[in-house]
Ligand binder design. Structure first.
Ligand SMILES: [Zn+2]
Length: 173
């Protein structure tokens, strides 16, 4: 989905992506605005990243990402890499979990790339597969890459080691 990134005054829209089974994952408008602030438009902009936090909607199995963590002290950031410091981001996940009585939780990861239409590197897919293997709680995780013109989402399930690129879905008004 193309994004009006050059127009700073444009109202940010939520983004919706469709999983192969028809379930949707929505990034709220405020999450999209937060992610786009880190898009690497300048040659000196470093990669950024964090975790995705949100909830499953009980009536539809759709998923809403309504919070993301932003780069924190301890993260390692370069033009072409981002390594997140485990502890600080983990703390945000635990806080969201407790404040919501266990309804809001870790859903995956995001990071930026200095390219228009982002594709995961070999390091990315290796890292994502490792997270899927380590995660004991959830059947699937989501991985967002924020490019300079496009935000893309991949989904991975623990059972199949496959990573699937999700199609963007028109947002209902
Ligand atoms: Zn990457």
């Amino acid at each position: 989905m193309s994004l009006p990134m050059t127009n700073e005054t444009a109202t940010t829209e939520p983004l919706v992506f469709c999983q192969p089974d028809g379930r949707r994952i929505k990034l709220t408008a405020s999450v999209v605005a937060q992610l786009l602030r880190y898009a690497q438009h300048q040659l000196t902009d470093k990669e950024a990243g964090g975790v995705l936090i949100g909830r499953y909607l009980c009536d539809s199995d759709d998923i809403v990402v309504d919070q993301v963590t932003e780069p924190m002290p301890g993260d390692k950031r370069g033009r072409y890499f981002f390594h997140r410091a485990q502890k600080a981001h983990q703390h945000a996940i635990e806080q969201a979990w407790q404040a919501s009585q266990g309804t809001r939780t870790y859903l995956g990861e995001w990071h930026t790339h200095p390219e228009a239409n982002p594709t995961p590197s070999g390091v990315d897919t290796g890292d994502w597969r490792r997270k899927l293997q380590q995660d004991q709680y959830f059947e699937r995780l989501f991985f967002v890459i924020v490019g300079t013109q496009e935000v893309r989402v991949w989904c991975g399930s623990r059972k199949q080691a496959k990573l699937i690129s999700l199609q963007s879905h028109p947002v209902e008004s």
